[in-house]
Design a protein around this ligand. Structure first.
Ligand code: YZS
Length: 258
């Protein structure tokens, strides 16, 4: 069975995550999302909705944990599937709307926040979890989160790894709209149709201008190398191994800071 369901309705495309049991983002699922985006780009669609199946309890459980390396390699490199799909969404020429119901975890928060607009059902929650798993999140990922979430909230989310309600995130300007579950599809469709009526050429350039300007955070090679070496200390640590092991053994990790 396909890991995504792809539908086209006029100028609007919909990509529905369809991986049992919790839409964990493995390489295969991400390849299918990327391929759906490429097809929609070739067809010049004007707006795309990324969603989970109707009534989902979990929108996505984040990065497939069994695909995080434990052999001393950087767990989130430039070519990690999560990084690839985030870039594909950011570079996609038309707006992508995340239509979110259910809980969103870890890397799936970055996926959602890389979309251009977010519409969430009332009971949606988002948890950014690297500190729960012991994963040294990478620089471009952190920057992507910073573009969307203000510093006090991103710090709270990163440092506690706890779910935050969509309502609170809407109040902080992270989520565009929170609506009752039963109105989620009609509301999102209406929003999508308003986008379809605007100039695709202007939207394409506006999206690119915003992407380029929001990413304009130059750092020195030395600063970059320093952060990379700090990250390396984490993925070489006992705590990193413990975080992944604890997840697989379905227990709380015991971190010792080494
Ligand atoms: O026992 P089975 O074989 O049925 O498997 C279970 C879970 O182990 C599995 N599963 C996952 N497998 C791989 N990668 C995942 N991220 C993942 N999440 C879950 O799916 C089966 C169903 O899970 P249950 O726990 O039994 O289902 P449920 O009680 O409905 O709870 C669903 C949630 C999503 C709440 C629960 O599974 C959960 O807390 N999952 C972990 C969410 C999480 O912390 N994700 C972050 C992954 N890491 C990242 O995205 C980044 C790399 S980072 O670490 O930096 O944030």
């Amino acid at each position: 069975m396909s890991l995504v369901i792809v539908e086209v309705n006029g100028a609007m495309g919909t990509i529905t995550l369809n991986r049992a049991k919790v839409n964990a983002l493995n390489g295969e699922l991400i390849d299918e999302i990327a391929s759906a985006l490429a097809t929609m780009k070739a067809r010049n669609l004007r707006v795309i909705v990324l969603r989970a199946k109707r009534g989902a309890k979990v929108f996505s459980a984040g990065h497939e944990v069994t695909e995080l390396p434990t052999n001393g390699r950087d767990p989130i490199t430039y070519n990690d599937p999560l990084r690839q799909i985030v870039r594909a969404i950011q570079l996609h020429p038309c707006p992508v709307i995340a239509m979110v119901e259910g809980s969103v975890w870890g890397g799936a928060c970055e996926l959602v926040m890389s979309c251009d607009l977010i519409v969430a059902a009332q009971d949606t929650t988002l948890a950014i979890t690297p500190a729960k798993l012991g994963v040294p999140y990478n620089l471009s990922g952190i920057l992507n989160l910073m573009k969307v979430v203000n510093m006090p909230i991103i710090k709270e989310m990163l440092f506690t790894a706890r779910p935050v309600s969509a309502q609170r995130l809407m109040e902080c300007g992270v989520i565009n709209h929170v609506v009752p579950r039963e109105e989620l599809e009609s509301f999102t469709q209406q929003l999508a149709m308003q986008i379809v009526e605007t100039s695709p050429l202007v939207l394409r350039i506006l999206k690119e201008e915003l992407r380029v300007l929001a990413s304009a955070h130059p750092i020195t090679p030395e600063a970059y190398e320093r952060i990379q070496s700090l990250r390396r200390e984490v993925y070489d640590s006992e705590d990193y191994q413990e975080g992944i092991r604890a997840f697989l053994e379905k227990r709380k990790p015991e971190f010792h800071g080494r």
